[in-house]
Design a protein around this ligand. Sequence first.
Ligand code: T46
Length: 132
Amino acid sequence: MNLVKKVALTNHCDDRGSLAVIEAGKDIPFQIKRIYYIYGTKHNLARGFHAHKTLKQLFVCVSGACTVKIDDGKTSNDIRLDSPSEGVLLDRPLWREMRNFTEDCVLLVLASEGYDESDYLRNYEEFLDYVK
Ligand code: T46
């Protein structure tokens, strides 16, 4: 069972290269209030280990690759993000762990809300309790 939705981005490719488009409300089902990206990662160091209560996000690995483990409290999937032409949508509380970053990895995140530490579930037991 796939826990996350893959989103095929509209790509405009020609002799000059490629241009990928993400339009809020069209390609993704939320308005974008925040953009951040993770880079300069180390292959052997993992990140994440949390879920969000209400935040919706689209992850796009715009350079390089990384593996995202997604867990809904019942099952988990490992997804290798290695293409700038597609994203994965996290639209409900899902535990995530990112690891196995390539040196050139840039993980772009489009988010539905501004930064709010109270939206994080940073303890796995608390997450399980929240989704049950
Ligand atoms: C997520 C994954 C994919 C801010 O001050 N503002 C922000 O908008 C964000 C995202 C983070 N921060 C601060 C909070 C921490 O002091 O940046 C520091 C690193 O954040 P964190 O340890 O949460 O990083 P990751 O890589 O574990 O998680 C991040 C996002 O926090 C999270 O929303 O889904 O990337």
